[in-house]
Write a protein that binds this ligand. Structure first.
Ligand code: FKS
Ligand code: ZN
Length: 348
């Protein structure tokens, strides 16, 4: 399987995230992609740089105003005060419920509130460049697969699946999985399915495709009644308008073990089989691992081989996009296990 990686991911390197009223070291750190890349090389997988500009696809999944805000955010933060170079932007006010999100304020920290779903997604000088390079990597993998590759893997960060049409959140800025799915559609796949196996519900991806019949979204995740992102990911969210019936959420309790998780996966895969998808995007979060520091499912490293096998059995051209996973020492092994399980099954 071809894989795509860019060292530009390391430009997104905020030192801290805001958590429980304090600044704590980021869980979503540079080492994550570095270790995955090292494991790919060590196991002899072919790794290439991005070769497609995602600029044309991005406005198909994100709003133009959000994209312009994100691209200019750091420069605008610096323009407020040169000393801001050493500080981290933080939203000042969020336009919840009775407040008007449609009246965009001119003030930077208030705009950041318009475009953020949470308080824990830090921006730094290189955030746009890293996120854009990641989206380019996703578009590249989609091109390879649409040109006949059986599968491709995007070893990227920052992750993407919480980023919605016009907001960042959950460490995510540009929705790489949505970029890959849209690029596959643009290249001629009439229907695409996105399977999200990250511990956290992919609220951004769901929102982007919720009213569309051409991209189905299937997600297994920690029950949002107790787990981030809390405000989406319930079982009764089944799609709207033309998208009715094309969204499937399978929330599972914290503490779920591999056996129950794979039962839920079987339901998700059955839904995808019935969706007439011609291509698949997998939002590959590895934070379902038993030793993940911020998540509560109990998959072991060998289970990721089985995950790869089950996905391959769908027989669809597949783009894997890295999402979460914070047990960094095991991240390379777990990622490579998914790919090698997929390849072993695909060869049968
Ligand atoms: C711990 C608070 C955690 C945010 C959790 C974000 C999870 C992100 C993810 C992604 F794939 F996007 F990276 N709050 N300090 O794993 O879903
Ligand atoms: Zn996650």
């Amino acid at each position: 399987m071809r894989t795509v990686f860019t060292p530009l991911h390391a430009l997104h390197a905020p030192a801290t995230e805001f958590f429980r009223g304090e600044r704590v070291p980021c869980f979503e750190k540079v080492d994550r992609a570095r270790y995955v890349h090292e494991a790919l090389v060590a196991r002899g997988h072919r790794v290439d740089a991005p070769e497609v500009d995602s600029r044309a696809v991005l406005p198909q999944v994100h709003g133009e105003r959000y994209l312009a805000f994100l691209e200019s955010a750091w420069a605008r933060w610096l323009a407020l005060d040169p000393a801001n170079a050493e500080r981290q932007p933080f939203p000042s006010t969020w336009p919840i419920r009775t407040l008007r999100a449609d009246c965009e304020p001119a003030e930077f920290s208030a705009q950041l509130g318009v475009y953020s779903m949470d308080s824990g997604t830090p921006i730094c000088a290189g955030t746009w460049a890293a996120a854009k390079a990641g989206a380019d990597a996703a578009a590249t993998a989609a091109r390879w697969v649409s040109q006949g590759e059986r599968a491709a893997f995007v070893a990227t960060r920052p992750p993407g699946h919480h980023a919605g049409p016009d907001f960042m959140g959950g460490y995510c800025f540009l929705n790489n999985a949505a970029v890959a799915a849209q690029a596959l559609r643009n290249a001629g796949a009439a229907r695409v399915a996105v399977l999200d196996v990250d511990y956290h519900h992919g609220n951004g991806t769901q929102a982007i495709f919720y009213e569309r019949a051409d991209v189905a979204f299937v997600s297994l995740h920690g029950d949002p009644r107790t787990e981030f992102p809390f405000f989406l990911g319930h079982a009764d969210e089944t799609g709207a308008g033309a998208g009715r019936g094309h969204n499937l959420n399978l929330p599972l309790p914290a503490g779920t073990d591999a056996q129950s998780w794979f039962q839920a996966l079987a339901h998700g895969l059955a839904h995808i089989r019935q969706s007439h998808a011609q291509a698949l995007v997998v939002s590959l979060g590895l934070d379902t691992f038993e030793n993940d520091p911020i998540s509560k499912f109990r998959l072991r490293s060998d289970d990721f081989l089985r995950l790869g096998e089950r996905i391959a059995a769908l027989g669809l051209p597949t783009v894997f996009v890295l999402e979460g996973g914070y047990a960094v020492d095991a991240l390379g092994l777990n990622a490579v296990n998914v790919l090698e399980g997929f390849e072993a099954q695909a060869a049968v």
